[in-house]
Design a protein around this ligand. Structure first.
Ligand code: NAP
Length: 248
């Protein structure tokens, strides 16, 4: 597939490195221009492009930018054909994004993104830690392969996203509509807890919507404290253990 990725940070860079290895034609953009991309991002064949070029003549667009920057992309996506799937890897963190009223009042993040862009979106790769995304890819059937939930879009768009998640080295689990995608938001049992495909359906079902923001903020408070301790490490193992303790 021809895939345009906007965002070349923790998650976008791994997407851009991994998807060409499965035969995809990948272009990738950040906010500052292709000349500023880390060469590692394009080391497996992705092309560095501008954000406008990343959404031209592609079969699917992946957005991997801070949630509060999503509205900036609406003009870019205005000319994208209606049938082209848009996949968002994003999560809302008020400490990073600033408080967004609708999200503070409980609107589902994926629905908010969809509203900002004026089109359906699929939510995928949002519930995997960047460190795990980089180091835990496994071939299908490997007993250590973990899974990623995928929600939103119409069935065709979701099928595309499920297939691309598999191509990045993780089992993909269909988590339903964008309305249901709160079940994979920060603070939920499937959020960055490294579950297997067999474990995900029960974890999605166990999510409690009104507890998500508090659990998300508890995790941030612990991580912030830990990061101030010169003897403490905050790596993917630590974050996974913390998330499992707080969210499962
Ligand atoms: N980090 C994680 O563990 C993790 C895990 C799952 C999901 N997520 C979510 O995925 C999203 C991306 O996270 P991240 O950690 O990869 O972010 P990040 O490392 O901060 O990278 C953000 C990228 O977005 C680009 N960007 C920002 N605004 C843009 C714009 N208007 N147009 C084009 N590019 C723009 C930045 O480009 P410049 O550098 O040029 O500004 C940068 O390449 C967030 O919503 C995050 O919550 C993160």
């Amino acid at each position: 597939m021809r895939i345009g990725i906007i965002g070349a940070g923790n998650i976008g860079a791994t997407l851009a490195r991994r998807l060409p290895t499965k035969g995809h034609d990948v272009s990738v953009a950040n906010s500052r221009g292709p000349e500023t991309l880390d060469p590692e991002v394009t080391s497996t064949g992705a092309r560095g492009v501008t954000a406008a070029e990343a959404v031209r003549d592609v079969d699917v667009v992946v957005l991997s930018i801070p949630q509060n920057k999503i509205p900036d992309l609406a003009p870019l996506l205005a000319d994208l054909p209606a049938g082209t799937p848009v996949i968002d890897t994003g999560n809302y963190y008020p400490a990073r994004d600033g408080e967004i009223d609708a999200l503070e009042q409980g609107q589902v993040e994926g629905e908010w993104v969809s509203e900002q862009l004026g089109r359906p979106v699929v939510k995928a790769w949002n519930a995997i830690l960047a460190g795990r995304f980089a180091d835990a890819a496994r071939e299908p059937g490997d007993p250590e392969r973990i899974a990623i939930p995928v929600a939103g879009g119409d069935e065709d768009a979701r099928r595309v996203a499920l297939s691309l998640v598999e191509d990045t080295g993780f089992d993909a689990v269909d988590a339903g509509s964008i309305e249901e995608s709160w079940r994979q938001q920060p603070g939920s049992p499937v959020y960055c807890t490294s579950l297997t495909a067999a474990e995900i359906p029960a974890a999605l079902a166990a999510a409690q919507r009104d507890r998500l923001p508090r659990r998300r903020d508890l995790a941030i408070a612990v991580i912030t404290d830990r990061a101030q301790d010169p003897t403490g490490t905050v790596d993917a193992d630590y974050l996974t253990a913390l998330n499992r303790l707080l969210y499962l």
